[in-house]
Write a protein that binds this ligand. Structure first.
Ligand SMILES: C[S@@+](CC[C@H](N)C(=O)[O-])C[C@H]1O[C@@H](n2cnc3c(N)ncnc32)[C@H](O)[C@@H]1O
Length: 361
């Protein structure tokens, strides 16, 4: 039986969401705690500096709880990973994660009239056109039925294509569809939990003319996507890469990089090393270094900025942003302080101009 997660573990930044839930919230990193006596005056403080003692205590806590579980147990969590997430969504349905309202201030690529995209479109020209026409032919396997039944749902005519991987019940997808009114927008979203994908499709805001949700395992790098390589403007990974086994991360990111157009961007927000959620793990939950299994069987890794940089650059993507967000969240009612550590990255697939590669080895 899955143990319920506490709301403190919610990655959704729900605690610091603006009261109006609107999209005009300030960017992260703008509210600083200068007077410690004011700590309970706001829900959250940005760019909190950790003391050396705090860092050392975190390191000690992590090393105390780093005895890995036996191989058989590890194998079970690996092979049944999607079942544990199915159970999670069967219990919580769409009530656990909150809509990501910070998306548009942090990732302007998701907002309407993103200039990067349209520049990208015009630069691609004829080669891109050819790819568009192959959109409805390419998919195989489970996508064949979809192709035959619902050709328009593939976004063949779109001018701006976003893919969200590990979309859960749509807390990123639906805000994008609601906020971004670009008529050329098409949003693909996938998750390896069929329960989550069913919940996305059952949402009244799910519009097959603008969106396609499908079951897909990110770590299965041989599996097809319902569109060809080099056709996406944006890929979004929100707290999903951390759910993969560390051994699968590199191949998965490299596979995703192939889907991006030249000039397309990959956006990520995920757990950072020594986040409160990591420090709360007790003995017997560690799978390997900085990788844990929760009470409900779902897994989570805690990244450093360097590790993510390595994964993206190895996939031939170039850095636009790689920042750590150290936030002090405050539960004013309970007078509790919680130190959160998240990492936010933007990496771009380089645009290779004709002749640029000549002479390079
Ligand atoms: C922490 S939740 C985040 C959900 C969503 N991105 C959001 O922000 O609300 C992680 C999601 O990743 C999905 N996931 C985990 N491993 C995956 C994999 N190998 N392939 C596809 N989805 C995966 C889970 O089913 C879950 O929906």
């Amino acid at each position: 039986m899955a143990a319920p997660r506490t709301v403190d573990e919610v990655e959704a930044d729900s605690v610091q969401m603006e009261p109006d839930g609107g999209v005009k919230r300030p960017q992260f990193g703008t509210r600083f705690l200068t007077d410690p006596r004011q700590v309970f005056q706001h829900n959250a403080w940005d760019n909190v500096e950790w003391t050396d003692e705090q860092e050392a205590a975190a390191k000690k806590k992590v090393s105390e709880n780093s005895q890995p579980l036996p191989t058989e147990k590890q194998e079970e969590y690996n092979s049944r990973a999607n079942e544990f997430w199915n159970d999670f969504y069967t219990i919580h349905e769409n009530r656990f994660f909150k809509d990501r309202h910070w998306l548009f201030t942090e990732f302007t690529e998701l907002a309407p009239q993103s200039t990067a995209s349209h520049k990208c479109q015009s630069e691609l020209g004829a080669a891109e056109e050819n790819k568009l026409h192959s959109l409805v032919k390419t998919p195989t396997g489970e996508f064949n039925a979809l192709t035959l039944n619902n050709k328009d749902a593939y976004g063949a005519a779109a001018t701006y294509r976003i893919l969200e991987v590990g979309c859960g019940v749509g807390n990123t997808v639906f805000p994008i569809l609601k906020t971004n009114n670009d008529p050329g927008l098409f949003v693909y979203c996938c998750d390896f939990s069929s329960t989550a994908v069913e919940l996305v499709k059952a949402n009244p805001d799910y519009d097959p003319g603008r969106c396609l949700a499908f079951v897909h395992d990110l770590s299965d790098v041989e599996a097809n996507y319902p569109f060809p390589d080099e056709t996406l403007d944006v890929i979004v990974l929100i707290f999903v890469l951390s759910a993969l086994h560390p051994d699968k991360m590199q191949a998965s990111i490299s596979r995703l990089a192939r889907l991006l157009k030249p000039g397309g961007v990959l956006l990520l927000r995920d757990y950072g090393r020594y986040d409160m959620a990591q420090l709360r793990f007790k003995k017997g939950r560690c799978l390997s270094e900085n990788f844990y299994v929760r009470g409900d069987g779902t897994r989570v890794y805690f990244f450093t900025q360097d590790e993510l940089h390595q994964l993206f650059t190895e996939a031939c993507l170039e850095k636009i942003q790689n920042m750590v967000d150290r936030r002090l969240q405050v539960n004013r009612g309970k007078q509790l302080t919680m130190y959160r550590v998240w990492i936010q990255c933007k990496y771009r697939k380089p645009i290779c101009h004709p002749g640029e590669t000549e002479g390079k080895t």
